[in-house]
Write a protein that binds this ligand. Sequence first.
Ligand SMILES: C[S@@+](CC[C@H](N)C(=O)[O-])C[C@H]1O[C@@H](n2cnc3c(N)ncnc32)[C@H](O)[C@@H]1O
Length: 255
Amino acid sequence: MTDFGAELFDRVAADYDRSVPFFATFGHRLVEWVGPARGARVLDLGAGRGAVTAALVRAGCSVVAGDVSTAMLDALREAVPEVPARLLDAQDLDLPDASFDVVLSGFLVHVLPDADAAFAEVARVLKPGGVFAFSVPGPSADAGWWAAYGRIVDEFARRVRDSTPYEPVTWESRADRAGLHHVSRTTTEVSLPIDGPEAHWAWLMSHGNRWLYDALDPADRTDFRSRVLRGLREDHPAGGTRLIAGAEFHRIVKP
Ligand SMILES: C[S@@+](CC[C@H](N)C(=O)[O-])C[C@H]1O[C@@H](n2cnc3c(N)ncnc32)[C@H](O)[C@@H]1O
């Protein structure tokens, strides 16, 4: 499987969520949707630069932020200095049993090599009755742009890795396997202004999407970039001048 772990996020940390408040917007909405009580003890898993953490602080929660990337944690410490930021692997949490009321995770679980291990760890560190909520990419009114981008990614990805067999596992079944109960989901989307196709491309390369560009050889990188830029100019509903994307939020409880 492609590695979306520490090395990739160490490389993108300096640019992550700086040009457009994309992750910050979804982080705020995730916290609003969950509505944790003031004073709740909350773990932000895969905290990144603190999109979810910052919203939790504003909601009056007591937060621990965990991530595998030291560069992302440094950026988080700069952005939200009042929160303890810890080097933590979501799949093997160095945290005591039943120590959190809520675990939140923004755009992490879909990139983990072993999401089942992470769900089991979340189940262990949550108190009974605790809530686990997370975001993953979701649908948006993008006129097929993300699907077209995905086809370009698939085409170039075949140059650097064998195709990974698709494992049809739902978030509900993962929750069941960890002894948790999936209670609800919702979708939400953003359309944020961005300074045209070049800026849009730079944004695409400022987070997890960068893995493929880095893995390609120089000629393929140039080709990949041109194909994406052409798509942004010709197929994107706003000609690449808006960042249109969606997320799915899931809420799970520990019985
Ligand atoms: C797409 S970013 C999301 C960051 C943040 N939650 C947000 O919404 O902006 C994914 C984050 O998960 C972190 N990550 C990747 N694998 C991880 C793991 N096994 N355990 C903890 N964090 C991990 C990355 O370093 C990165 O900061």
